[in-house]
Ligand binder design. Structure first.
Ligand SMILES: NC(=O)c1ccc[n+]([C@@H]2O[C@H](COP(=O)([O-])OP(=O)(O)OC[C@H]3O[C@@H](n4cnc5c(N)ncnc54)[C@H](O)[C@@H]3O)[C@@H](O)[C@H]2O)c1
Ligand SMILES: CCCCCCO
Ligand SMILES: [Zn+2]
Ligand SMILES: [Zn+2]
Length: 345
């Protein structure tokens, strides 16, 4: 059930950085990071029937076996067999790694490990896509852009004309904002500690900006004042617990819905007074925007091919693989959105 992929393009998501730093995550080294990518099937293993060598594919950090109760549910993408597991550094079939140096194993990362010219993944973690789709563009759909878009369209579901706040204006957050724009939100309020994000955010429909550092009161109070009691929907895309709590407490009582997307540190605790829930605010979360990777990704790629979805505006840098550290530098400096890493260089 495994396939070997030749990775042509990969890009850096902040999740890679969090697990590379391993400050708030369990360390598991040496491991090959990377999970947002595009490539071609180089060879297939026993049991594989859905793809064949030469197919263009997107690997995904959370898979779809199509057999379990989650895969058969219309509401869940949390596959029992292949759902995301950040602490597993081996393949599920034999609990061994497919990578080694001098006989010593190198661990996998979320079943993808795309910072490599070749990688091995479970076929359930591979979405076969239109071979005409440019892999250096659609690779960003294999994580961040689909996640942000889906967090809004599939999970927050803002009604037309509603108000939406997006916390964290990186690629994932701006994909969430794009989802709000597509859904017809009347106001999209961007929240970020880095005011340099605000200019670029305008391209994604963000029209109002709040930097929590510029206020001497909690940002949820600032947003409540701006919106007569709170926004209808909020999406958090930062990975920081303070922003998660603020995103929840910034939605309107009675009907507001907050969606958590950011990857929390292992010791994070979500603290809010229960009355904030009793007042009929709803708190949700999502991996991969609730998309089923193999079933849904091909049609999202088609939306891009049909010019119903823009991806170029999420791509701000490109480097050869030999200069991958520049991608980390850009992200750690908050410079740009997605940096494409070309595996041919
Ligand atoms: N749930 C999922 O399936 C999924 C998928 C992809 C990424 N993620 C997570 O989404 C988050 C965003 O990823 P990204 O690649 O867009 O990262 P990014 O670094 O490009 O963007 C994050 C943004 O959040 C801002 N920020 C940080 N702390 C903040 C705070 N307290 N208040 C307001 N803004 C704050 C940063 O300034 C930055 O602009 C990360 O935590 C990543 O791990 C989750
Ligand atoms: C808990 C890790 C979630 C990772 C999502 C892919 O960026
Ligand atoms: Zn990611
Ligand atoms: Zn399943």
């Amino acid at each position: 059930m495994e396939v070997r992929l030749k990775i042509l393009y990969t890009s850096l998501c902040h999740t890679d950085v969090f697990f590379w730093e391993a400050k708030g995550q369990n360390p598991l080294f040496p491991r090959i990071l990377g999970h947002e990518a595009g490539g071609i099937v180089e060879s297939i293993g026993e049991g594989v029937t859905d793809v064949e060598p030469g197919d263009h594919v997107l690997p995904v950090f959370t898979g779809e076996c199509k057999e379990c109760v989650h895969c058969k549910s219309e509401e869940s993408n949390m596959c029992n067999l292949l759902r995301i597991n950040t602490d597993r550094g081996v393949m599920i079939h034999d609990e061994k790694s497919r990578f080694s140096i001098n006989g010593k194993p190198i661990f996998h990362f979320v079943g993808t490990s795309t910072f490599s010219e070749y990688t091995v993944v479970h076929v359930g973690c591979v979405a076969k896509i239109n071979p005409l789709a440019p892999l250096d563009k659609v690779c960003v759909l294999s994580c961040g852009i689909s996640t942000g878009l889906g967090a809004t369209l599939n999970v927050a579901k803002p009604p037309k004309g509603s108000t939406v706040a997006v916390f964290g204006l990186g690629a994932v957050g701006l994909a969430a904002a794009e989802g709000a724009r597509i859904a017809g939100a009347s106001r999209i309020i961007g929240v970020d500690l880095n005011s340099n994000r605000f200019e670029l955010a305008k391209k994604f429909g963000v029209t109002e900006f709040v930097n929590p550092k510029e206020h001497n009161k909690p940002v949820q109070e600032v947003i409540a004042e701006m919106t007569d009691g709170g926004v209808d929907r909020s999406i958090e895309c930062t990975g920081h617990i303070d922003a998660m709590i603020s995103a929840f407490e910034s939605v309107h009582d009675g009907w507001g819905v907050a969606v958590l997307v950011g990857v929390p540190t292992k010791d994070a605790v979500f603290k809010t007074h229960p009355i904030n829930l009793l007042n009929e605010r709803t708190l949700k979360g999502t991996f991969f925007g609730n998309y089923k990777p193999r079933s849904d990704l091909p049609s999202i790629v088609e939306k891009y091919m049909n010019k119903e979805l823009e991806l170029e505006k999420f791509i701000t840098h490109e480097v050869p693989f030999t200069e991958i550290n520049k991608a980390f530098d850009y992200m750690l400096k908050g410079d740009g959105l997605r940096c494409i890493i070309r595996m041919d260089g």
